[in-house]
Design a protein around this ligand. Structure first.
Ligand SMILES: [Zn+2]
Length: 193
């Protein structure tokens, strides 16, 4: 079995407000007993994370509460390309004209013509924090973070709460976390390493 993760991403938090919102969410998670305040070596990809707290099961469905999480919560603050790990992104939707553009064919091969502008923009955003991709249908220049990815495969953001090897968080729990994020758009990125 590999390691799996699920990440609640704040798509709108700027670099300047991310630390404050991160603190608010972690304070709430600690108050609820879902994670512990002191950080330990319990996550992948970061030196330290918050281990599960005594009430971790409040985040998951009742039937999943027998699978105690083996790892903790990594809080990502700062420019991050969140993505679904294994597999490929299938399609992306323009926020203006709502047209969905396929990026992979039926055999999961990336369609070069469609994918290349996104691939290049992802590199640029990673390096500089700004990138646009023109919509192939309405021709508008759309900022990379504003595209909607099928299954939330990607999110380009400055704040994310990444749970490692936890049972699936319930929609209610995710909504409670999102409610602490000043009404921002969010994404739920999950996958496996
Ligand atoms: Zn469009």
């Amino acid at each position: 079995m590999g390691d799996h993760f699920q990440t609640i991403v704040d798509r709108d938090a700027g670099a300047d407000e991310a630390p404050r919102l991160a603190r608010r969410v972690v304070d709430w998670l600690v108050a609820e007993g879902i994670v512990l305040a002191e950080r330990t070596d319990c996550v992948l990809g970061q030196p330290l994370g918050h281990p599960p707290g005594p009430n971790w099961s409040r985040a998951v469905a009742e039937g999943d509460a027998r699978w105690e999480p083996s790892d903790g919560l990594a809080v990502h603050i700062g420019r991050t390309v969140f993505h679904g790990g294994q597999g490929d992104c299938e399609a992306v939707t323009c926020p203006h004209c709502s047209t969905t553009t396929r990026l992979a064919d039926d055999d999961w091969q990336m369609i070069d013509e469609a994918w290349t502008p996104f691939r290049e923009a992802i590199g640029t955003w990673h390096d500089t924090g700004t990138a646009h991709v023109p919509c192939p249908v309405c021709a508008r220049q759309v900022p990379l973070p504003d595209w909607t990815w099928t299954d939330d495969y990607f999110a380009f953001a400055h704040l994310g709460f990444e749970f490692w090897n936890w049972p699936e968080a319930t929609p209610e729990f995710r909504a409670r976390v999102c409610a602490l994020l000043d009404g921002h758009r969010t994404a739920y990125v999950w996958g496996k390493l």
